[in-house]
Design a protein around this ligand. Structure first.
Ligand SMILES: CC(C)(COP(=O)(O)OP(=O)(O)OC[C@H]1O[C@@H](n2cnc3c(N)ncnc32)[C@H](O)[C@@H]1OP(=O)(O)O)[C@@H](O)C(=O)NCCC(=O)NCCS
Length: 178
């Protein structure tokens, strides 16, 4: 079958170690997503060493859980589930989905719904009852994915982000885990 007609193999997993080339692929994917305006917090890709340290740091923080998506085995997407801090007994039922992106070259293959399914499955397995998230109001594709996955918008922050001197609103969502 010619390469152009072959369907890419999409896989998604919750990982506890960045093995072999994973760290480098994750940094590559992060850089192109940030350059594309990916809403990952960074407005410009940081120095490579800082990015590597960031991902190594994520693996060390007990409250953070990393989910990665791959296209044909190459890391192309990530998101994190953040558990509440131990002192927050009143909110121990809820976790947060953050830093979700798919590298531009991997978009349009349905990776996003798979990532959101994995994030929900992991949250359920940990006993969480709800997931919250927030997103810039300009991230139309992400908003479609979140609403398509059953997240309910419950608020708007008019000064959520500051990009090139302009404030951008942000939307807040939650989903009950059944
Ligand atoms: C939001 C984001 C994660 C979506 O990733 P994605 O993997 O491309 O999402 P999907 O593949 O599910 O969908 C993308 C489009 O392709 C379509 N699509 C999905 N599978 C498809 C397939 N097999 N064939 C054709 N089209 C397909 C979807 O319907 C969707 O179309 P739409 O935007 O017109 O509704 C990605 O655009 C992204 O990283 N954006 C920047 C970062 C961001 O906004 N992050 C969230 C806030 S922090």
């Amino acid at each position: 079958m010619p390469e152009t007609t072959r369907k890419p193999i999409i896989t998604v997993e919750t990982i506890t170690n960045l093995e072999n080339g994973d760290l480098h692929e994750l940094c590559d994917a992060t850089e192109v997503a940030i350059e594309d305006g990916g809403g990952f917090g960074w407005l410009k890709p940081p120095a490579r060493k800082l990015l590597e340290d960031y991902w190594r740091g994520v693996m060390l923080i007990p409250e953070r859980v990393l989910i990665v998506g791959r296209v044909d085995g190459v890391v192309a997407s990530s998101c994190q589930i953040v558990r509440p801090p131990k002192n927050n007994e009143a909110q121990k039922f809820t976790c947060q989905l953050t830093t979700f992106f798919v590298a531009p070259w991997a978009r349009g293959h349905g990776l996003a719904p798979g990532m959101l399914d994995e994030a929900e499955a992991f949250s359920r397995s940990e006993g969480f009852k709800t997931i919250t998230l927030d997103v810039r109001a300009t991230q139309d594709s992400a908003i479609r994915r979140y609403e398509g996955a059953g997240f309910t918008r419950f608020g708007t922050h008019p000064k959520y982000a500051l990009v090139d001197g302009d404030y951008i609103p942000g939307y807040y969502y939650f989903k009950e885990i059944k």
